[in-house]
Design a protein around this ligand. Structure first.
Ligand code: PNS
Length: 194
């Protein structure tokens, strides 16, 4: 009896390994926000592996380069053991097939997101019927947050504290005020009278 039980336990563990659910979380992430991070944390709890997939979208004229966005997301997700960061171009469904993902994670903040997200999810389903889209809601305090608004506020000199992780805030400051970057590169100012 004990042997049968252990045999079942082994089969179920092999089954779990085989059924590993990989999800991709595609987006522009220009820049990544606390809302994105909130969704990554939620996604990492329900998927075995979550790949944050940054779209190479030069035609959108992004503020941050692809490698900048990748570096920021890698730093933001370093404590999540089952989260990876990658970049892609072309169709999301093709990237999902390439990395053997069975699901696409997308965030829905408000009802206004729903129409666009539904259209995209249904089109992706038409292109690849076995790929499921999973919608998750970020915490309420991020329901009005978007990368576009963060860029706009930062560009107009407003405070983005609490909207993005500190490292993104710093990168935004450097991007928008190159003098800060120069100061960092030079290192701390010598103490005493100048
Ligand atoms: O963060 P965003 O800009 O809302 O993300 C949009 C994204 C990257 C998920 C969407 O534009 C996308 O999937 N682009 C890849 C090209 C593609 O597959 N297009 C067909 C979508 S139905």
């Amino acid at each position: 009896m004990r042997r049968i039980k252990s045999c079942f336990a082994e089969i179920s563990s092999v089954w779990r390994t085989l059924k590993k659910v990989i999800a991709i979380y595609p987006g522009s992430f220009d820049p990544p926000t606390n809302g994105h991070l909130d969704l990554i944390a939620r996604g990492s709890k329900i998927f075995d592996q979550l790949i944050v997939a940054i779209l190479r979208n030069p035609e959108k004229g992004p503020l941050f380069s692809l490698s900048d966005r990748k570096r920021m997301l890698e730093a933001m997700t370093q404590n999540f053991k089952n989260v990876d960061v990658d970049t892609f171009d072309g169709l999301t469904v093709d990237y999902a097939s390439k990395v053997k993902a069975g699901a696409v994670l997308r965030g829905i903040r408000a009802i206004s997101d729903y129409e666009y997200e539904l259209q995209m999810a249904l089109m992706n389903r038409k292109l690849r019927p076995d790929l499921e889209t999973v919608f998750m809601m970020p915490a309420e305090q991020y329901s009005y947050l978007s990368s576009r608004l963060v860029r706009e506020i930062a560009q107009l000199g407003g405070s983005i504290k609490g909207l993005v992780p500190e490292l993104v805030e710093q990168r935004l400051k450097e991007k928008l005020d190159p003098a800060i970057k120069l100061e960092h590169a030079r290192g701390p100012k010598p103490r005493g009278r100048q």
